[in-house]
Design a protein around this ligand. Sequence first.
Ligand code: R5P
Length: 314
Amino acid sequence: MIIYGGSEGTVLATKVAKFLDAKLRKIEITKFPDGEKYIRYHDEVENEDVVVIHPMGLKPDELFIEYLLICSALKDGKAKSITTFVPYFAYARQDNRFNPGEPGSFHLVSKIIDDLGIDIIYTIDLHLQRVNDLSELIKKTPTKNLSAVPDIAKWIKDSAGLKNPLVIGPDEESEQWAKVAAETMGVDYEIMFKTRYSATEVSITTKEGKPLPVDGRDVVIIDDIISSGGTIIEAVKLIQEAGAGKIVVGCTHPVLRGKTPFDSALANIYDSGVSIVVGTDTVPSQVSYVSAVSYTHLRAHETDSYLVCRLLLE
Ligand code: R5P
């Protein structure tokens, strides 16, 4: 098995290769003077099983093109199989036309991916709000969505020192993650309701406008992505008003971009009163305390997010 990491996937690829005792090879990735991407591998891939670890969190446009070029070149090289592990998938949040004139970007992305002839795509906590399964969009290529939420919840339970915590999902869609986190921690959960006005502006309410049952309790907010931080900050306001103690935030993908490049999402979240923010290394960040592919934890607890290593071993 040959393992490659895309531009943002070298650390994850190294972890996976080390655990599997597999060959980690480097892809030459540069740019032409006009800014176009150039990729080239230097190995014989014919009849080899090839794995590409390729998160697309921080430069989605560029990394999506890079992914297409890598997979296409491997196909041309007659790789026996191409497995791609895309922990953070670019454009997944645009899985619909929200306004007239928009392209429905993830539908287009899915069609392009289906033409590549990849054998399987693994994702982690993929943001799909309007379809039940990625197979409704990427129709020909097999896919499997794993979750890092049990690992995040376990980290919070073991490390955050919380008293009588309540897990809260900041919007309806987050119930799937809040439920799993609450089960892992052995506590109950509530969800809130979000209206989105723009990429960075949201408002949040509670069920029937009633205060959350958090008076004197610590709180764990769980979401898949923190992007601008707007969702978390709005949720924190209501949680504090209801008398909560310590507030900890866990997310799978700590994109943490802020509303502008000069406005730190993480600083704003801490400033709002949150004690700890924890995310995974699907998007490298200052809060990536939990690894989605940590070989050091593999033997200790085998949760869903480690499936990728086990599956690759088979
Ligand atoms: C979608 O609504 C997601 O689940 C997250 O809540 C969202 O991506 C967070 O974005 P932001 O941090 O910009 O509010």
